[in-house]
Design a protein around this ligand. Structure first.
Ligand SMILES: Nc1ncnc2c1ncn2[C@@H]1O[C@H](COP(=O)(O)OP(=O)(O)OP(=O)(O)O)[C@@H](O)[C@H]1O
Ligand SMILES: [Mg+2]
Length: 244
């Protein structure tokens, strides 16, 4: 069974149709990278999967469960998906370890001591072992974003959604965040991410999906999309983003 199935998904805001029949499947351990121009619908697609936006038509299946059913318990669905956005969204008044363990304790009802132990181990693993007691504003942007990712994975989500997680970062700090994502891939996470980092997309993606005007225009392994794109729109986009 696939981890995620997006079936003919449509979404409009007023008369602006932003998703026009998107189909996408992720199997376990797949890392799929969404690329495409600003406004092509990448974030909207990620937000519909996390049920922040309701779809107008189509279907979303998470490990076979129809999560687009209006009767679904949205909190239960969200508890199964890890999400990291461009802005770090850590709670400023909570120490790093408490930020990281909050969902495990409050949403999943995990014992505080166990959550703390697991959180500390993960932070250690990702080079944040000395930051447990710090408040977020004491950390660099790259460190904050790594904390946000650790928080998202602590509950062992079935699926990880990452939306431009490096675009608010100083270029110097992008690498450490992308290295963490590479580590998650090696550990077998299932990841759907939008990024403008083409070199990273090429090196980490199992599949690259090019979105254009709310449609998936082209998808395939990175070598195919980057070295031999079939659609003129894909070629145009890649020429634009790789020549500046
Ligand atoms: N909540 C909303 N209300 C109205 N319009 C929206 C809303 N969210 C997104 N849109 C519109 O949907 C379209 C797609 O936006 P989206 O954010 O999905 O693009 P994107 O591919 O993520 O772009 P970027 O690369 O800039 O992040 C845009 O025209 C945007 O203005
Ligand atoms: Mg976006």
């Amino acid at each position: 069974m696939s981890v995620l199935e997006v079936r003919d998904v449509w979404k409009s805001f007023g008369d602006n149709t932003v998703l026009k029949g998107v189909d996408l499947t992720l199997d376990e351990h797949d890392v799929v990278v969404l690329i495409g121009a600003s406004g092509s619908g990448k974030s909207t697609l990620l937000r519909t999967i996390n049920l922040i936006e309701r779809i107008d038509d189509g279907q979303l299946l998470l490990s076979g469960d129809d999560i687009s059913d209006p009767a679904v318990d949205m909190d239960k669905v969200r508890a199964r998906i890890g999400v990291v956005f461009q802005q770090f969204n850590l709670f400023p008044h909570m120490r790093v370890i408490d930020n990281v363990t909050l969902a495990a304790r409050k949403v999943h009802g995990e014992n505080a001591a166990t959550a703390r132990e697991r959180g500390a181990a993960l932070l250690e693993q990702f080079g944040l072992g000395d930051k447990l007691s710090d408040y977020p504003d004491r950390l660099s942007g790259g460190q904050q974003q790594r904390v946000a990712i650790v928080r998202a994975i602590l509950t062992n989500p079935e699926l990880l959604l990452l939306d431009e997680i490096t675009s608010a970062l100083d270029p110097m700090l992008v690498g450490e965040v992308l290295d963490l994502v590479r580590g998650l891939k090696e550990q077998g996470s299932t990841i759907l991410m939008a990024t403008h980092e083409m070199a990273f997309a090429r090196s980490v993606a199992d599949r690259v999906v090019f979105m254009h005007g709310g449609r998936i225009l082209e998808a395939g392994p990175p070598e195919q999309i980057f070295d031999a794109p079939q659609q003129p729109e894909t070629r145009e986009f890649l020429a634009r983003v790789t020549h500046h």
